[in-house]
Design a protein around this ligand. Structure first.
Ligand code: PBG
Length: 333
């Protein structure tokens, strides 16, 4: 007698009744797992639509504060801020200024939401530099240019310090510079911010899925691309393991895999290799706009597609999801 096979085993028995299906579910979505990305610029009363990202806007600080209040009432886990400065220069000075766009935005939001919402800041320079690269750029002797890893680390720390002093709850370095977590952790500890967690973009791939974000953040590289620092999607998957390991060794508290849906194997790999490490998946702008476009045409059911995708990302092993659907998800759940 084989009880492990038909007819003793009928897997449909767990599927007939909705209450039974609900009982045996393992993947549960909840609003406090979602982080909403927001774009902030200077001015007052500005809500400038981002054409390739329906329902998302470049917001002035007063409008940003309203969004943050809404995030609180929806029970979201947090918001992650991206700044569009008034002026850009070769090193991205606005990012390191106490009166820069993010420093002002964080102070205003924290003043309003207090400890009811996590305010996370993205640490990078591509939105602040006139060349659109994620750090300090130098010209190579025989032509071309390169991003200077170690010079960028110094600036990253200056940016982190400004964010920490402004009241950011978590810092998220996204520039894929070698040693970035170590530079931040040691500097922050020295300055008395040892309690601030680092959520590192550990496995961040050079991806065409970032297209709409670069329109939103006005951060497209003006020359070349980001392939000399972001990961190659065709590289050995184990390279993501090495990136995560290094960031953890340097003091990262949470690691990000980005993008999400085309990289679920990486999420699963990281989940299996690093027990007890919180993993965030960044469901990026390109993933968002494709669904929005198809939904607008009536070709797919947005809510069903998004809930299924979030379930997949969670099932793959991410416990935190950064997503442009965060507000809608909270409403749907
Ligand atoms: C870098 C950064 C980018 C994204 C998040 N942080 C852009 C890039 O690396 O080019 C992309 C996010 C998205 O596409 O939604 N500051």
């Amino acid at each position: 007698m084989h009880y492990s096979s038909f007819p003793a085993t009928r897997l449909r028995r767990l599927r007939y009744e909705p209450l039974v299906r609900r009982l045996v579910r393992e993947t549960v979505l909840s609003p406090d797992r979602f982080i909403l990305p927001l774009f902030v610029r200077s001015g007052v009363g500005i809500r400038q639509a981002i054409p390739s990202m329906p329902n998302h806007f470049q917001l002035s600080i007063d409008e940003l504060v309203l969004e943050a209040e809404q995030a609180v009432s929806l029970g979201l886990g947090g918001i992650i801020l991206f700044g569009i400065p008034e002026t850009k220069d070769s090193i991205g000075s606005d990012a390191m200024s106490e009166v820069g766009i993010i420093a002002r935005a964080v102070r205003a939001v924290k003043q309003t939401v207090g400890n009811k919402l996590l305010v996370i800041t993205d640490l990078c320079f591509c939105e602040y530099t006139d060349h659109g690269h994620c750090g300090v750029v130098y010209e190579k002797p025989n032509g071309g240019f390169e991003v200077d890893n170690d010079a960028t680390l110094e600036n990253l720390f200056r940016q982190a310090l400004v964010h920490a002093r402004s009241g950011a709850d978590i810092l998220a370095p996204s520039g894929m510079m070698d040693g970035m977590v170590r530079a931040l952790r040691s500097g922050l500890d020295r300055e008395g911010f040892s309690q601030i967690p680092i959520m590192s973009y550990a496995a961040k791939y050079a991806s065409a899925f970032y297209g709409p974000f670069r329109e939103a953040a006005e951060s497209s590289p003006q020359m070349g691309d980001r392939r000399s620092y972001q990961m190659d999607s065709a590289a050995a998957a184990g390279q993501a393991v090495r990136e995560v390991q290094l960031d953890l060794d340097e003091g990262a508290d949470i690691v990000i895999v980005k993008p999400a849906l085309a990289y679920l194997d990486i999420v699963r790999l990281v989940r299996d290799r690093f027990e007890g490490v919180p993993i965030a998946a960044y469901n990026v702008s390109g993933e968002y706009c494709m669904v929005q476009a198809a939904a607008e045409k009536g070709w797919i059911d947005e809510k069903a597609i998004v809930l299924e995708s979030m379930t997949a990302i969670t099932r793959a092993g991410a416990s935190i999801i950064i997503t442009y659907w965060a507000k809608k998800l909270a409403q749907w759940l």
